[in-house]
Design a protein around this ligand. Sequence first.
Ligand SMILES: NC(=O)c1ccc[n+]([C@@H]2O[C@H](COP(=O)([O-])OP(=O)(O)OC[C@H]3O[C@@H](n4cnc5c(N)ncnc54)[C@H](O)[C@@H]3O)[C@@H](O)[C@H]2O)c1
Ligand SMILES: [Fe+2]
Length: 389
Amino acid sequence: MPAMNSTLTSFSFPTPTLFGVRALQELQGRLVKLGVRRPLVVTDGGLARTEAFSALTMTLGEGGRDRDWFLYAGVHPNPIESDVVEPAALFREKNCDGVIAIGGGSPLDAGKAARLLVKRPGFNLTKFYDESDWSGLAPFVAIPTTAGTGSEVGRSSVITLDATKRKAVLFHPELLAKLVILDPELTRGLPPKLTAATGADALTHCIESFTCPQFHPMCDGIALEGVRLIMEALPRAVRDGNDLDARGKMLVAAAMGAVAFQKDLGVVHSLAHPLSTICGMHHGLANALCLVAGMKFCATRKPGLYRRVGIACGLEVMKCSDAEADARTIACVAEFLAALGLNARLREHGVKAEQLAALVVQAVDDPCHKTNAVLVTAADFRRLYEEVL
Ligand SMILES: NC(=O)c1ccc[n+]([C@@H]2O[C@H](COP(=O)([O-])OP(=O)(O)OC[C@H]3O[C@@H](n4cnc5c(N)ncnc54)[C@H](O)[C@@H]3O)[C@@H](O)[C@H]2O)c1
Ligand SMILES: [Fe+2]
């Protein structure tokens, strides 16, 4: 813990969130309260063919498309700059007055960031941090249909920029949603593999934020309860997609993971980000395949780091030695992921040994490991990638 008298910390949990089966039905009334009459809906092509999207269409009124609500459905997985530029242009062309993003983290991040370019058309996103005044962004409503990233409650948007070909984290409090709708019905159609991989992202958020050394006991509590919920609900949601209790718990746990990582993240996310930008891997899957190796690496340098994570997993590790508490917790997480089919090696997902050098360069540059529980060097990244390759 930092010296209490020398560090000023700000705590903030401000996103209004509606949770429950059929919460989506509240959307129209809430839009009126927000003063949004001509929303732009941002999503991806796959999602636009799902029942979750049909439910939104029904709510907004089928006839309203291209009249009083508008659609951008071109967001890529691991969004790129055009996924921000194009909806911003459509927003202006159609005189929209708010953004509704529906989908996984990709459309949520793209829709969230599009408002930046609505405010400042033509702005160069690589200069994002040179601009301090992002006040007055268009209102943003976030409707997640995966339970993983928690982007809906986050102040950041993760976009691969053209100039750098790396994932940039655009962070600003003004990016926050004015309303989040967590409706378990909307995740019902998410296939088991994506349910597992996105859930593993949420688990990684909870574990990495809890073990990140910054002083934030509120986030720590939320992270540990997130771990407990995911351990209970994720296997059920993967087994039976119609289990709305499990789906609901996962949606809340994913949001909790993202609230918790206001504290920041760690080495596993720095390993995962280059696997998406260089190898095109899904973000949650990349985290899942690196999580156990990352935990082992941290535990050997900071024994006892995972004891309370183990307790949240339901293990009786209170009285064990530090080494045993870590070993049992890591084994539990490894078994949990394996039972979800998330124990493959990177090469089984197309990663090649020749790509390791480029992966290491990007991982070193990634900001997440700067807040890891222990220092991570380029040589460590190399060893970790080799371990999971
Ligand atoms: N902003 C943040 O705080 C934050 C945090 C973590 C990750 N991210 C970012 O989020 C992105 C990953 O998001 P994701 O894991 O949710 O995946 P995603 O948004 O890329 O979606 C993956 C696939 O799932 C499909 N899908 C989504 N919901 C569905 C449903 N209900 N039924 C059927 N198919 C559905 C989509 O069409 C897509 O093909 C990455 O770019 C990552 O960097 C952002
Ligand atoms: Fe993540």
